[in-house]
Ligand binder design. Structure first.
Ligand code: AMP
Ligand code: ZN
Ligand code: FE
Ligand code: FE
Length: 291
């Protein structure tokens, strides 16, 4: 039985803010007819090996990926990095720093929520995350359980919204740095859900010049006009239109697995834009030089 499309280039597991173990996520995707899936957990490649093992069993090709949420005046700029190497130690060091920053940010948000009269415990938030990269979704779940919000999703529009007093901004990468990080490590960067960017037309030439390869034109909550805008930007800057569900398995956010049509030629077009992992090559050269 196949209910979805064959390609899904944007999914999340329990290694970040999704609700399913990587193997369970791949299994559910396979049942929906997905054959090529990017596991794009925030700031981590920790689920890649498990997803690949499940994918081998179920006939799903897994593309090891990550999604880097950035901090800048451009609104929510999220950069997807495709074809990254889970064994790249220098990349893992950067991702580890981002995850530590996530942890401190969530700690501060929990402190603020407590001070503002919405008590939740950091221990419960961490328990919900089960070791995955911490994020607001885990806080939203804790707030829902404690009865501070009517639904999981409504937390994002109320007490942990960007303009709410409990919100703490991110310490992390700028959009340009995120694109450059992916490129330096032999990955292929794509701009996720461009409708969340503030000033998209102005940002595009900057991130295109930094090495952006793709733009997520196909996305569940994109109105047709937004997809058309993305396709026109893809034409202007020579980008590959990408797409995916952004499935988390929590609340109403994202589409079902395989729920968004992605053209089959997308994968070949992305692969054709892969470049060697310059950061790993440089690290290897310096190790050789030392011996
Ligand atoms: P954070 O990166 O910690 O600020 O949390 C934002 C993340 O929450 C995004 O990457 C989304 O994937 C996720 N999320 C889940 N549900 C929602 C929602 N209803 N509204 C906004 N973001 C959501
Ligand atoms: Zn997320
Ligand atoms: Fe995102
Ligand atoms: Fe996402």
């Amino acid at each position: 039985m196949s209910l979805g499309y064959a390609i899904d280039l944007h999914t999340h597991s329990l290694r970040s803010d999704g609700a399913l173990e990587p193997a369970d996520l791949v299994e559910r995707a396979a049942r929906r007819g997905v054959r090529i899936q990017a596991l794009a957990d925030h700031d981590t490649l920790a689920g890649a090996a498990e997803a690949i093992a499940a994918g081998d069993r179920l006939g799903v090709r897994i593309i090891p990926s990550t999604e880097l949420n950035t901090e800048s005046a451009w609104g929510d700029v999220h950069i997807l990095g495709y074809f990254l190497d889970p064994a790249d130690a220098a990349l893992e060091e950067r991702l580890c720093w981002l995850r530590e920053n996530r942890g401190r940010r969530i700690e501060l948000m929990v402190e603020k929520l407590n001070a503002l009269g919405h008590p939740i415990s950091l221990a419960r938030v961490k328990e919900i995350a089960q070791g995955g990269s911490l994020g607001r979704p885990h806080v939203a779940q804790a707030l829902f359980e404690a009865g501070h919000v009517a639904t999981y999703d409504s937390a994002f529009d109320t007490i942990i919204a960007k303009d709410a007093p409990a919100y703490v901004s991110r310490v992390g990468l700028t959009p340009l740095e995120a694109v450059q990080l992916v490129v330096a490590h032999g990955g292929v960067p794509s701009l996720a859900h461009p409708f969340t960017v503030v000033g998209l037309e102005e940002l595009m030439p900057l991130i295109a010049a930094a090495g952006l390869v793709g733009i997520e034109a196909y996305y569940g909550s994109h109105p047709p006009a937004m997809t058309a805008t993305c396709l026109s930007l893809a034409g202007r800057y020579g980008l590959v239109p990408t797409g995916g569900s952004d499935f988390h398995g929590r609340g109403e956010h994202g589409a079902p697995l395989g729920g968004v049509f992605v053209p089959p030629e997308t994968i070949g077009a992305l692969e054709a834009r892969r470049r060697p992992n310059a950061a790993a090559t440089m690290a290897a050269v310096s190790v050789e030089g030392e011996s």
